[in-house]
Design a binder for this molecule. Structure first.
Ligand code: NAD
Length: 245
């Protein structure tokens, strides 16, 4: 489904990002995974040796326009183009408003929101030159409902939806599609870090009766990145087992 395409996936070293990297590789794409550190990038690449020559790792500071610009240019210099960007790197938050440290609030804005703007800008510049592309964002079901603590997290995901819808309108003239996937509770390290009773409580509210798998989110990214979604832009696709609906 992605033969000949070149993709960058941020937060591609584990969880939803790594599942997406694998899914894209299985479907013929060349994939650049972006992680936060050389060690985690190397660890992820070690699991993908069968795709050697079609996979590369980078670790720019995603909040630095300069570093991201250079890293994406390197992708273009190495593989000739950039067709797909998945803005997936993210951190969560659980603090109550009363205990929320303003520095932590800024930190979550920096990764979950500012990096989406910075990476989208750098990618769109390259995509426009080559006649189009696809930008995908990892939102969350909390971008619809909010959550009862850690308000910084849903605040960033509401904003990611805003960027998705606005950039879809702005970049359509350059044949760049912009969509988001809004996962529900998905089995990754982020969920493993939550107390078990919280996960159980959340699962019991999900009509499909279970948490989602990272691969199920990756399948949605595959569809939206592919030519099957050629007339879809500005969509926030929920992959959440109808959680809380
Ligand atoms: P994860 O913790 O397993 O992976 C997070 C990824 O982000 C890792 O690859 C990590 O290297 C990267 N990352 C973290 N800090 C970074 C930094 N400072 N710079 C660069 N990269 C950094 O989490 P996940 O569950 O796979 O989450 C991926 C995305 O999915 C996030 O945007 C998250 O908000 C979203 N999401 C997750 C769930 C869930 O239930 N797991 C639900 C909805 C949305």
């Amino acid at each position: 489904m992605l033969k000949g395409k070149v993709a960058v996936v941020t937060g591609g070293t584990r969880g939803i990002g790594f599942a997406t990297v694998k899914k894209f590789l299985e479907n013929g794409a060349t994939v650049v995974l972006a992680g936060s550190r050389q060690e985690t990038v190397d660890k992820a690449l070690a699991k993908l040796t069968e795709y050697e020559g079609r996979v590369m790792g980078i670790h720019p500071n995603l909040s630095s326009a300069e570093e991201v610009g250079k890293a994406f240019q390197k992708v273009k210099d190495t593989f000739g183009r950039l067709d797909i960007l998945v803005n997936n790197a993210g951190i969560s938050a659980r603090e109550s408003l009363y205990e929320y440290n303003p520095e932590d609030f800024s930190k979550i804005l920096d990764l979950n929101l500012n990096s989406v703007f910075i990476c989208s800008q750098a990618a769109a510049r390259l995509m426009r030159e080559q006649g189009g592309g696809s930008i995908l964002n990892t939102s969350s079901m909390v971008s619809i409902y909010g959550q009862p603590s850690g308000c910084g997290y849903p605040a960033t995901k509401f904003a990611v939806n805003g960027l998705t819808k606005s950039l879809a309108r702005e970049l359509a003239q350059d044949q760049i599609r912009v969509n988001a996937v809004a996962p529900g509770v998905t089995r990754t390290d982020m969920v493993a870090a939550l107390p078990e009773d919280m996960v159980k409580k959340i699962s019991s509210t999900i009509p499909l009766g279970r948490v989602g798998e990272a691969e199920e989110v990756a399948n949605a990214f595959l569809f939206l990145a592919s030519d099957l979604a050629s007339y879809i832009t500005g969509t926030i696709l929920s992959v959440d087992g109808a959680a809380m609906t």
